[in-house]
Structures are given as C-alpha cells and as structure tokens.
Design a protein around this ligand. Structure first.
Ligand SMILES: Cc1cc2nc3c(=O)[nH]c(=O)nc-3n(C[C@H](O)[C@H](O)[C@H](O)COP(=O)(O)OP(=O)(O)OC[C@H]3O[C@@H](n4cnc5c(N)ncnc54)[C@H](O)[C@@H]3O)c2cc1C
Length: 342
C-alpha cells in the first residue's frame, strides 16, 4: 500500500480509453479498500462532486472536466478459498482472467481481453462471447453512499440484466470495494455459448474446450476487431461497443430480421444486432467525421483521434442513433456512461 496521492492538473483524457475529457480538480489515487472508503467519505463530507474511475474504458468524460474529486481505484489483491475468489476492485480484469485460466478455474475465460477493473464489471454486468459476470459473481461488497455503510450485495440484490445492474441503474450510489466469484475447478471451459467462438475452437455450441484454448481464441477474435486495448491500434481507442444490442418486441423485430439483421431470442422479445443496424443505417466500418467515427474493423465501436472532444463524439453518436431510428424504427442505447459534470 502506498500513501494516498492527490494530483492536480490531470485531464480526464489521460484517464480514459476514448482519450477525451477536460481537467480534474483533484485526482485521488487509492491503493486498498480502506483508502477507497476514506476517499469517498472525505469527498462526500466536504460536498465535493465525486467520480469513481477504474480503467476509464467505459466512460465518455466531459470536455468541461470534473469539478471535484476523481477517485482512481488502484486496489489490488486476489484471495482464493477453494474455488471462490475475493478480488479487490482495482485488480485489472484481464490479469484476473489470465490468473484463473492458469489456475484451472473455469467461468470467466470467454471474458478474456476486456479492459478495465474488476470493480467495474458488476456495474454493467460485463459480457462477451456467451459469458457474463453475473454467471459467476456470488457477492459484491460496496460502500453505500446513501448512509456511508459498507455492506455485501447478494447476486439478487445486484439486479443483473443484459449489460445492466442495480448499480448502473442507481448511478453514484454504490462504490464497489471487492467482488467475489464462484468458479469451477476444471481444465475445461464452461460450455461455449457463442457460435463464432465455437467455430474458431472447432467445437459445437454447448461443448467445452480447454480453458487456455478458449482464452487464446477469444483474444485472437477480439484483436481482429480492434477490441483489445493496444496503443499501436487506433481502432482500440474506444469504449468497446458504443451501443448495446436493442431488445425489442417480436412484432417490431420482424421486418428488421427479414431485412437480414442477425437476431437472438430474449425471453418473449428479440435481441437485434446493433452492429448490423449501425452499418445498414449508413455508418459502416471506417465512417469518419472530424476526429471521430466508427472503427475500421467494427461498426459498433466509435473511436477517437487526437484532438477529438466529447462533444464531437456525442454529436456523432446522436447522428447514428437518429439514422437507425429513421431507417429501422429502433432506438439504440449507448453502453458507456456519459459522465455529467457536477
Ligand atoms: C477495446 C474495448 C473493448 C471492450 N469490450 C467489452 C466487452 O466485450 N464487454 C463489455 O461488457 N465491455 C467491454 N468494454 C467496456 C469496458 O471495458 C467494461 O465495461 C469495463 O468493465 C469497464 O471497466 P473500467 O474499470 O474501465 O470502468 P470505468 O470506465 O472506469 O467506469 C465505468 C463505470 O463504472 C463506474 N465504476 C468504475 N469502478 C467502479 C467501482 N469500483 N465502484 C463503483 N462504480 C465504479 C464508473 O463510475 C463508471 O460509471 C470494452 C472497452 C474497450 C475500450
């Protein structure tokens, strides 16, 4: 544990993968859960606006900057008991996934290569390639800012949904301190739940494959789409997918699916491919406007170039949303948090 460091003059652009956003009043770096609790209570007591950031890979930070405290969560540590792991919020997610694969623990291998911190994963119920963290999270320890108490949320309290949770629906209320995962001791993965991944592995959907092979295959697929953070890859200067796949009533989905949009069942509703919608509304891969646009390898990732602003990016995103609504009658919802100052 190092001393709590408070910096002035840092820009949000330096703390976020989209690399936009203005100056931070006070950047407070915390290195364990105790410091995290103290930093949040300190800001709350003083009445300073608070923004909690992990890897900054799922936020659009405001050009005006942040007129208060940005708490950067750098706590580290993984405690194993049997097949259960208690993980500090600041532990880099992909390091954790690599660790579980090396240890022969199944349950998060398909989530390889996702940037950011472990503490942020319950917020939007991080998911990819047929897995999501809701499948393995058994507890989330939080600081509840409404009364300053530290308590443990059971999975049912987390209200997980598709790229959604009670933490996301109540922004600013819960600060995640640790996340507990229940995994399965196995050299084989959980059943592969995504057709593209199954094809790459040469197995059927629902079959298992060696853990390490799944991790390698996922990383290859992700790199091919610019979905692994890499300073040398301009397509990864993004927040990953900018829109969630819209879930709509079957009657609304019908004509869109007939037009060729990939779709998946979602209870009584239908989940549509946001990437297809974006592409077929006139925003194919590599559509650029000023310093922003769609990635050259994935129409769903919006990327920035040096000189971009959040205003420019959000204006582009609005044009995409309008075009998809005009063309298909479907409203896309952004996945990253658009941080509002104050
Ligand atoms: C190239 C790329 C690929 C991606 N691929 C995927 C993908 O496949 N699937 C997927 O689901 N996501 C993906 N993402 C999005 C992102 O990586 C995840 O959402 C990740 O969990 C965000 O972690 P973070 O630490 O960077 O969060 P941040 O961006 O720092 O924060 C995101 C939100 O969570 C809040 N938050 C962060 N830490 C805490 C905490 N300790 N307590 C309470 N709130 C907190 C923040 O206030 C903010 O509202 C991708 C992003 C990029 C750049």
């Amino acid at each position: 544990m190092g001393p709590v460091q408070v910096h002035q003059g840092t820009r949000l652009a330096e703390l976020t993968t989209l690399a936009v956003g203005g100056p931070v009043d006070r950047l407070v770096e915390v290195h364990d859960a105790e410091e995290l609790v103290a930093a949040v209570r300190d800001a709350d007591t003083a009445g300073r606006p608070l923004l909690v950031l992990g890897g900054g890979s799922n936020v659009v930070a405001p050009d005006a900057g942040w007129p208060g405290d940005v708490v950067a969560v750098r706590s580290r540590g993984v405690l194993r008991t049997g097949d259960s792991l208690v993980v500090q919020a600041g532990e880099p997610w992909d390091d954790l996934v690599a660790h579980t694969v090396a240890e022969g623990l199944a349950g998060m291998e398909a989530l390889s290569g996702i940037p950011g911190s472990t503490g942020a994963t319950p917020v939007q119920n991080v998911g990819a390639y047929g897995q999501e963290v809701a499948q393995t999270i058994t507890a989330v320890q939080v600081l509840d800012r409404r009364d300053g108490s530290v308590r443990t949320l059971a999975p049912a309290d987390c209200g997980f949904g598709y790229r959604d949770s009670a933490l996301k629906r109540n922004p600013g209320v819960f600060v995640v301190l640790t996340v507990t995962f229940g995994l399965e001791a196995s050299e084989l993965s959980m059943p592969v739940g995504y057709a593209e991944l199954a094809r790459r592995l040469g197995v059927e959907v629902g079959e298992r494959a060696p853990l390490a092979d799944v991790r390698t295959a996922v990383l290859e697929l992700r790199r091919g789409k610019g979905m692994v953070l890499d300073p040398a890859d301009p397509d990864s200067r993004s927040a990953g997918s900018f829109f969630t796949n819209p879930v709509v009533p079957a009657a609304m989905a019908g004509p869109v699916v007939e037009a060729g949009c990939p779709s998946w069942p979602a209870g009584d509703d239908v989940k549509l491919s946001a990437a297809w919608l974006v592409q077929h509304a006139g925003f194919g891969r590599g559509t650029r406007d000023g310093h922003v646009g769609t990635s050259s390898r994935h129409s769903l990732a919006l990327t920035t170039e040096p000189g971009a602003t959040a205003t420019e990016l959000l204006a582009f995103a609005t044009r995409v949303v309008d075009a998809v609504r005009d063309r298909f009658g479907v409203t896309l919802v952004p996945e990253p948090t658009a941080v509002r100052p104050g």
